[in-house]
Each structure stands twice: as C-alpha cells, then as structure tokens.
Design a protein around this ligand. Structure first.
Ligand code: DC
Length: 226
C-alpha cells in the first residue's frame, strides 16, 4: 500500500507550497484536494445548479466525472478533456466552494476520488479533512495554521501575482474568515486538528523552516526518496 503524508489546515496556512516542496523532497506525488471541491463547484455553476440547494448538489455530484493523470510530480485533473486552471480560483468559486463542500454527497465523491489516487503511488495530500477522515491511518498527519491576518496577506499577494483578485486585503480577510467559519462548523468532516496530528504554527516561519519541521517529524524510513 502506498504511503500518504496528510497536510491539513485553513486557507493561507502554507499547505500548498509546503506540500509541493515535500513531494519533491520525498518523491511523493502532490495532491490538492481543495481543487476537487473547486472543480465540483465550477461544474455546478457551469450547469446552473443552485449551490445553496443540498438536494440539487446531491443529485449533481455523482454525475461529475474527473480524469486523473500524473504530471511533473503531481496528480492533475481534467473534466471532459479540459484541465481547470485559474478558472477554479476566482472570487466567485471561493465564495461558492465552502457551501458546496458542506454537502455529504459532495464529500463522499471527493473522498472516494482521493482514496483511489493511491494507485499512482506515494502521495502528499493537502486539505481540510485528510488526516481526520480521508486517510486517518496515515502515520504522518500534520495541521498547519497561522494568524488570520498573515493568512489573508499571503492569499492577497498570491491572488495579485496571478492577477485574479479584485478584492482588497480587508475583503480577502473577510472572505477567508467566512470560509473558515463554514469549513470549521459543518456537520461532516469539519476543519479540525485530527487526533494525533502534529500542529505547526507557520505565522513566523519561512516555507523552508516549515518543510524542514515536517520532514524531521516523518517516520525515519520515509526520509529517503523513492
Ligand atoms: O484549499 P482550498 O481553498 O482550495 O479549498 C476549497 C474549498 O474546499 C474550501 O471551502 C475548503 C474545502 N475543502 C474541504 O472541505 N476539504 C478538503 N479536504 C479540501 C478543501
């Protein structure tokens, strides 16, 4: 059975960059689970589904097919031959993704997709419920956190660099806090520290320091690539 390094935490805690670096260092494939919730949200909006209707999303989720492939050290996704890029990172998708991710049928679909990805090999999977629900048996589960203002600052800079945000820093903070609230309070698989997960506050740490801290806490026999 392939190995899974689980990295959870709220948005802007540094999960994506840290997960990518660790994937390269360990020879594990990077898996962005949030992108799958975003893809379901993007598809729901494209098909005119009311994202506030649990019934509509419950009927819709099983109809979405995602194709998976491995490229450049990551698992990549495509829907009907199209790889979603920044179109799943817009303020509109940000706003709709948390309500969509609350729906049990959506979570069931994404969880099944994620578990199936072990067929590709060792994985470093980032998300909200990876260590608590998707891969609770992993011996390497981490929860990255940071002060909300710092998380908003990172997200804002990232969005500006990509040229995809019309929001100012305060609005980014408000949007992030609102998503945190929904993600942490939902009934199923809420954002929380998994039992036994190691918590790292990244507020004052560089990416390199976080990567090293996670690396140093991994099971000894994981610390060589391959
Ligand atoms: O990490 P992100 O911002 O791309 O995640 C998009 C949305 O999906 C966000 O509302 C949190 C949710 N999500 C989740 O509920 N469970 C995961 N494992 C990953 C993301």
């Amino acid at each position: 059975m392939s190995r899974v390094l689980a990295i959870d935490g709220p948005s802007g805690a540094g999960k994506s960059t840290v997960a990518r670096c660790l994937g390269r260092k360990l020879g594990f494939l990077h898996v962005d689970s949030g992108a799958l919730y975003r893809i379901l949200t993007w598809q729901a909006l494209a098909y005119g589904i009311d994202t506030s209707s649990e019934d509509a999303l419950t009927a819709f989720a099983p109809t979405v097919t995602v194709d998976f492939a491995v490229r450049d050290g990551a698992v990549v996704y495509a829907v009907a031959g199209q790889e979603p890029c920044d179109c799943i990172r817009t303020p509109e998708i940000n706003q709709h993704a948390s309500p969509v991710a609350k729906v049990p049928a959506v979570r069931t679909r994404v969880t099944a997709w994620l578990r199936g990805l072990r067929r590709f090999g060792d994985l470093v999977v980032e998300g909200r419920d990876i260590g608590s629900v998707v891969f609770p048996d992993s011996p390497a589960r981490f929860y990255l956190d940071a002060a909300p203002e710092e998380r908003a600052r990172r997200r804002h800079t990232e969005e500006q660099q990509k040229g995809i945000s019309a929001l100012n820093a305060d609005a980014v903070l408000a949007s992030l806090l609102s998503r945190d609230r929904i993600d942490s309070s939902r009934a199923i698989a809420p954002l929380k520290v998994a039992d036994g997960a190691q918590v790292l506050d990244t507020t004052r740490l560089s990416i390199e320091q976080v990567v090293q801290a996670v690396y140093d806490s991994l099971p000894t026999d994981w610390r060589t690539p391959g």
